[in-house]
Design a protein around this ligand. Structure first.
Ligand code: NDP
Length: 311
């Protein structure tokens, strides 16, 4: 019998317990699923989430893998007490949610929806030719599981889509870039830029003052990645000068975003409270169970974190 410990948030246990048992049964696994134990040396797999009960993995001497419920692993990848494979979450439900959130915000800015939603003034002013997606360039910084899913969805609508990653990718219908030179190219060629990069040493402040200045005038930024990707002060200056027209931010250096932070009151900043997408228990449990099945069968785990790269 395998022992797995659920070390997620206590309030999520009631959602995850039935989903995990269902997924274990589907994968043919017999699992003793616990939320705490007096015998840490008996735990085979740790199902982990930030703000859960475990941060020191030292007592779990026979652990085979740590399976994260979150896609972003910046809070755990540097944990030196983890000496076994660490796998991040890739979940079709999480991807679907991100596609919907990103597409919605891209279309909002592309179509200028705010003008009519917020600006009804009784005037019948229809002398505007509606824009077409094919005339708008959308750049994705980060074309991994989430960024690529969103890029493909947005390209399907007709937008001219570009993608930037650490290693150069080939994706049909999408212009791809990598490296410093690629960064300059994607920034200067994107009217709307979407950030779906992980928080690592290499991505901190990737949108700094110099990078923001490379964007076309009046660009839009959408950040469901991580707050550390953008230099906040430089961003506020870019918004105030009109260089950046509007920014939609879902993630912040400090969460919850402090009430006195200038982002809350800025007319050209939309704050969403880290709700772009969430791991869905039913589909995510299958990812967890598949990795446990692999571990038991001696097969390589899926979605292992490259601890040197930090994601
Ligand atoms: P992946 O690991 O699948 O993709 C990460 C992408 O970023 C890859 O394309 C990778 O390049 C690229 N990248 C990493 N480092 C660099 C670098 N130094 N320079 C250029 N590109 C780089 O992650 P996911 O798509 O699953 O998730 C992305 C992030 O989304 C998560 O880390 C998390 O921060 C955030 N997230 C936010 C949520 C929300 O609700 N707001 C929900 C879930 C996740 P390469 O392809 O070459 O490896």
């Amino acid at each position: 019998m395998i022992t797995a410990m659920f070390a997620g948030r206590a309030e999520n246990w009631t959602i995850y317990e039935p989903s995990l048992h269902k997924a274990f049964a589907e994968k043919g696994l017999e699992v003793n699923l616990v939320t705490s134990t007096d015998e840490p040396n008996n735990v085979d797999y740790m199902i982990y989430a930030p703000a859960g009960p475990i941060s020191d993995f030292t007592p779990f001497t026979n652990l085979k893998a740590v399976l994260s419920l979150w896609a972003g692993v910046e809070g755990i990848e540097g944990n030196k007490t983890i000496t076994v494979p660490l796998c991040r979450m890739v979940d079709p439900g999480l991807s679907e949610g991100m596609i919907e959130w990103v597409t919605g915000h891209v279309l909002r800015h592309h179509l200028g929806m705010d003008k009519h939603i917020l600006g009804q003034n009784g005037e019948w002013n229809n002398d505007v030719v509606p824009p077409l997606a094919r005339d708008r360039r959308v750049g994705f910084m980060g074309i991994g599981e989430l960024g690529l899913s969103c890029a493909v969805a947005v390209a399907t609508l007709g937008f001219e889509v570009k993608g930037w990653s650490r290693t150069l990718k080939t994706v049909e219908g999408i212009d791809t870039f990598a490296g410093e030179d690629g960064l300059r190219k994607i920034l200067s060629q994107s009217d709307i830029i979407v950030l779906l990069l992980p928080d690592t040493a290499a991505t901190k402040n990737v949108l700094d003052r110099e990078a923001l200045n490379l964007l076309p005038d009046g660009a839009f930024i959408i950040n469901p990645g991580r707050g550390t990707l953008i230099d906040d002060d430089a961003l506020l200056d870019s918004l105030n000068s009109g260089k950046v027209a509007h920014v939609t931010l879902d993630v912040f250096r400090v969460e919850p975003l402090p009430q006195d932070h200038p982002f809350w009151a800025h007319p050209n900043v939309t704050v969403t409270p880290h709700i772009a997408s969430a791991t869905r228990a039913e589909s995510a449990s299958l990812t967890i169970a598949e990795n446990m099945r692999r571990g038991e069968a001696g097969e390589p785990y899926l979605f292992t974190v490259d601890r040197a790269a930090g994601y």
